[in-house]
Design a protein around this ligand. Structure first.
Ligand SMILES: [Zn+2]
Length: 324
């Protein structure tokens, strides 16, 4: 799709200058200085190279909006909205609105951008799902309580966990005999859930599609802090978040090593609220860790001491990487 606005000489030099504001507001990491950064350019991780670009190889000329990749000459173009759409995982129409919103009133660009982003979140808000009645709280000493204890929580810890995390059980229905982790969007609407079997089962995890912006432990992670740690499964995240409860460290989960665009966007928005964002997947998942880290602009922490984060006894081996 082509952008006709560039044909007008009057506005051509002004609008691409907002690129930095756009990238900042969308939580996309970029650099302005460095070996490969031309003057007047901002550089981002090339979305067309994907995981092949370990760094910031795509330069955007903030005078004329043209962009090109240092790694692959075919990754280039004039359509800034097209690039923003690809990088931010948003519809072209929305990206176009964002790029050209400075058209009417250049001074109020930030405010206009915020309006568009707010509206976008509203439009894409999934329809609220009613709370399934069969999901009820875990009671002390019931079989779900006993299962949680086998995951490394003693009575005191478990009382704290069940008070501070939305974790439920199902005695009936499709999710019978599973511990339930509800998923909420960033505004706090229920968008789905994940159930972990407490006994032998062909499917250890079952999940309900949770729509856009759904994140695990939204009630804990929405407030920001020192670090947001991205793990693979809910028990990994629970462990890290619990161990980091007095350290400003929070955690959320991917549920799969194949990260969805809506989750990428949610994590990027959340990253603005943290000093740092890191990926901590199971041992042996280094390649996937790097892939996820590049998508969301996070650092990778290698897991050396245990097989998966759910087995960590403390964050001692993780902290040096967080503060690096
Ligand atoms: Zn490229």
């Amino acid at each position: 799709m082509k952008c006709s606005h560039y044909r007008s000489k009057n506005i051509m030099p002004t609008l691409p200058r907002n690129s930095k504001v756009i990238l900042e507001s969308m939580g996309i990491p970029f650099i302005e200085e460095g070996k490969n950064v031309k003057r007047g350019n901002v550089c981002i991780h090339c979305p067309y190279c994907g995981s092949l670009d370990p760094s910031f190889h795509l330069g955007i000329n903030i005078k004329n909006g043209r962009w090109s990749c240092w790694r692959n000459a075919s990754h280039r173009g004039k359509d800034l909205a097209g690039l923003i759409s690809k990088v931010c995982h948003i519809p072209y129409k929305t990206a176009h609105g964002i790029v050209w919103s400075g058209l009417r009133d250049r001074k109020g660009f930030k405010e206009q951008l915020q309006d568009i982003l707010d509206k976008m979140t509203q439009e894409e808000k999934p329809k609220p799902i009613p709370w399934p009645k069969q999901f009820v709280p875990i009671m002390e000493k019931d079989r779900f309580w006993e299962y949680m204890r086998t995951r490394g929580y003693n009575t005191k810890a478990l009382r704290w966990v069940l008070k501070n995390y939305p974790i439920y059980k199902a005695n009936t229905g499709n999710y019978k005999d599973r511990v339930i982790f509800p998923i909420y969007d960033l505004s706090g609407n229920l968008t789905g859930w994940v159930g972990r079997a407490i006994g032998a089962s062909k499917r250890r995890y079952m999940m309900e599609k949770w729509g856009n912006y759904g994140v695990l432990f939204r009630n804990r992670i929405a407030y920001g802090g020192r670090a947001l740690v991205i793990c693979e499964g809910p028990f990994d995240s629970l462990r890290v978040d619990y161990l980091g409860r007095n350290l400003g460290i929070h955690s959320t989960a991917l549920f799969s090593t194949n990260i969805k665009p809506s989750l990428i966007r949610a994590l990027r928005l959340l990253s603005n609220r943290y000093d740092t964002m890191v990926v901590l997947l199971d041992k042996g998942e280094e390649t996937n860790s790097i892939k996820v880290a590049l998508e969301v602009g996070a650092k990778v922490i290698p897991l050396r001491t245990v097989k998966d984060p759910a087995l960590l006894g403390s964050l001692d081996s993780v902290l040096p990487f967080i503060d690096q």
